[in-house]
Design a protein around this ligand. Structure first.
Ligand code: AMP
Ligand code: GLY
Length: 421
């Protein structure tokens, strides 16, 4: 079967590598892809915002299955339009993608499905939002309702900070705003992934991400500076609990509302003293969490994604290797602000040849045979090992073998797992 994968990040490089290993695959196309995905398939230029153009490409190239990596195309309804055109898709329709696209929508689903989550209020003007903050006090969390690339959330430690975040959000920084204000939840964060089709669910695995740019979880939030899996805090019992109290009820309510899920649900969880609570949903795999999940996956990814699209999740099972996988994000200087672009990266071959090491491309480009940085998060230097410590030592050895003076990374990825072991 010919497959088209949409996206261009490290997540898509990891997915491309796994799909390329499938006995079911004839040919893999990636739109637009990156220099990493070019090693697993053929990168193609398609205007993904033009759903007709994607459909035409599928017909021309006899693509039988489209896998959508990022949330943007899902929220824009690409999966619906492809399905309407007779093409099989891994990825939620527009209605279900609201679970990522709108925090207010997710809160409504949580209410209906009685899912444990933070108490909240929704506001369309600054004055009533501030009144709510005044009533509840700090710490408190202020969220812009809509896609804001991870930058629409302010965890305010003081009332003044919350008020200034409210002012920013209503001042047009993100356009016409609705703001969700939430109770601050304390605990350890986990990214958990499950495949969902209608009411069918298949748990995958959990990972932990590092959102802050600096060592010791300091500095501004990013898309994620590193991840590892498994997450020691996420026991089998906790997973079963999350499936029963969070994932299944979500699948059920979404299906009952005529907005069935079909794709991966990424539950951002807070493991609190009172048990797991939902922070947010994403309608896609996490980046860089996907990279470590794919390194641990033992079964054929394409078979699993097809089973999800076909509503056959009850007919498949999935196994992950118990050995830990870890990834270190190398970012370009300036990130998460304006990153420096066009700088030379050398030494990837040497790093990739190291034992247990895989380097995923996230924001790179090839120019006249030279590999250049072309984004904020540029490389995901990943490794597996018998222990987290071994995986971590291998990943950092590989980082040190990469010659890219304009790049930087956190040096403490997986510190929680190291303390737990
Ligand atoms: P989100 O975009 O909703 O995932 O929020 C980004 C980050 O803000 C999360 O990964 C958490 O670290 C933090 N966060 C969001 N909501 C809460 C909350 N209710 N309590 C504590 N931390 C939160
Ligand atoms: N790494 C977090 C995310 O993909 O949203």
């Amino acid at each position: 079967m010919n497959v088209l994968l949409i996206g261009s990040g490290g997540r898509e490089h990891a997915l491309a590598r796994a799909i390329a290993n499938s006995p079911l695959l004839t040919k893999l196309f990636v739109a637009p892809g990156n220099p990493g995905t070019a090693e697993s398939g053929e990168n193609v230029v398609i205007d993904v915002a033009n759903h007709r153009a994607v459909l035409d490409f599928c017909r021309l190239m006899k693509v039988g299955f489209v896998v959508v990596g990022p949330e943007g195309p899902l929220v824009a309804g690409l999966a619906d339009d492809l399905r309407a055109g007779g093409v099989k898709v891994f990825g939620h329709g527009k209605a279900a993608a609201q679970l990522e696209g709108s925090k207010a929508f997710t809160k409504m689903i949580c209410d209906e499905a009685h899912i444990p989550t933070a108490a909240y209020g929704r506001f369309r003007d600054a004055a009533s939002a501030k009144t709510y903050v005044g009533q509840h006090g700090a710490p408190i969390v202020v969220k812009y309702d809509g896609l804001a690339a991870g930058k629409g959330v302010v965890v305010a430690t003081t009332v003044a900070e919350a008020e200034s975040a409210i002012d920013d959000m209503f001042a047009g920084q993100f356009g016409d705003a609705e703001v969700v204000i939430e109770e601050f939840m304390e605990g350890e964060e986990v990214s958990f992934f499950a495949l969902v089709h209608g009411e069918q669910v298949l748990p995958l695995a959990a990972a932990q991400d590092h959102k802050r740019v600096g060592d010791g979880d300091t500095g501004p939030n990013t898309g994620g500076m590193g991840a590892y899996s498994p997450a020691p805090v996420f026991t089998d019992a906790l997973q079963a609990d999350v499936m029963e109290r969070i994932i299944r009820p979500t699948a059920r309510v979404m299906a009952a509302k005529g907005m069935p899920c079909s794709g991966v649900l990424f539950a951002g969880l807070m493991i609190t003293r009172d048990g797991p609570r939902l922070i947010e949903y994403n309608a896609r795999f996490g980046d860089p969490e996907c990279q470590v999940l794919m390194l641990r996956l033992r079964d054929d990814l394409l078979t699993l994604l097809l089973a999800c699209a076909d509503g056959q999740l009850d007919k498949v099972s999935v196994r992950f290797r118990p050995e830990p996988a870890l990834t270190v994000v190398m970012a370009a200087r300036g990130y998460p602000g304006e990153p420096m672009k066009g700088t030379d990266i050398r030494g990837l071959e040497k790093a990739s040849a190291m034992e247990g090491v895989t380097v995923f491309h996230a924001g790179t480009t090839m120019n006249a045979g030279k590999l250049l940085a072309n984004g904020g998060r540029v490389l995901n230097v990943s490794a597996t090992g018998a222990t987290v410590a071994e995986a971590r030592a291998r990943a950092y050895e590989a980082v040190d073998a990469i010659d890219w003076p304009e790049g930087f990374c956190r040096r403490d990825i997986a510190w929680r797992a190291m303390e737990a072991s």
